[in-house]
Write a protein that binds this ligand. Structure first.
Ligand code: ADP
Length: 247
């Protein structure tokens, strides 16, 4: 079994507050792994450490079994193939989905490329394929500002996918979505996992139940347990700290 990511004893100390107290977590190649746990458990902090937004005070994050991400700057981590979709929207509302993906694609090569470089036919086709995958082909020439909430979220996911990452980090991807949008997002994540591992922080247990193969439960800056949804449902500690409390 090949690991795309392994976290060893990761600790984060925010001026004396221990948000992560020695996290060990592994993501297998091609896996969709859900990270759950009550508010304040440290889930978002862990994603922040993996993508380099927050530096760990101790421990190591290994990517693809050989690259240590712990000391790398954020941009280098992106270049290695780790993509992070944040919850806060970042799309330009006055551009179309096609234009936004074009910019996202050229971004890797810098500002000059964004302003000047012409797209090749192959690049255009790549964007069109991606637009189909994220359910936005029919609205590819509409203004992003006119898109529905779910469509904007898919566009944000598309902006990450155009860089062809090997690991995609998602923080509550279905927040605020309708039932149909949630289902389509789950299907999209399954499709993404054919070429890219996905680590998802999620609160919606129905969604986790439907689309997870393996779940990791965090509590107070540590991994409490991991397994299938069926397995963790039976874990007494999980019942106490999380599922029992939330119903
Ligand atoms: P979760 O995503 O599981 O809800 P977080 O990772 O957001 O949890 O937060 C874990 C803990 O760390 C919380 O108690 C939160 O208040 C604290 N925390 C997060 N970011 C910071 C920060 N920048 N400074 C101080 N404390 C923080």
């Amino acid at each position: 079994m090949q690991l795309i990511l392994s976290c060893h004893n990761v600790m984060v100390d925010f001026s004396g507050f221990k948000a992560l107290q020695g996290v060990d977590l592994q993501v297998q190649n091609g896996e969709i792994l859900f990270l759950i746990g009550p508010n304040g458990a440290g889930k978002t902090t862990l994603l922040d450490v993996i993508c380099g937004k927050t530096k760990s005070t101790n421990g190591e994050v290994l990517f693809n079994e050989r690259i240590s991400l712990t000391k790398l700057p954020e941009q280098k981590i992106v270049h290695e193939g780790v993509a992070r979709k944040f919850q806060a929207p970042s799309i330009f509302l006055q551009l179309t989905p096609f234009e936004i993906l074009e910019i996202a694609m050229k971004q890797k090569k810098g500002l000059f490329s964004i302003l000047i470089a012409k797209m090749s036919k192959a690049q255009q086709e790549k964007i069109e394929l991606l637009l189909k995958k994220i359910n936005l082909y029919d609205v590819r020439n509409d203004l992003a500002g006119s898109l529905a909430h779910g469509q904007k979220q898919w566009l944000e996911i598309g902006m990450q996918l155009i860089q062809e990452p090997k690991l995609l980090l998602l923080d509550e991807p279905i927040a605020g979505m309708s039932g149909e949008e949630r289902t389509k997002t789950g299907e999209l994540i399954k499709e993404i996992a054919k070429t890219c591992s996905v680590l998802i922080v999620e609160h919606d247990m129905d969604f986790v139940r439907k689309f997870s193969t393996r779940v990791v439960v965090m509590h107070e800056g540590r991994v409490l347990c991991e397994g299938t949804m069926e397995e963790i449902k039976e874990n007494e500690e999980v019942k106490n700290v999380y599922l029992g409390r939330s119903g």
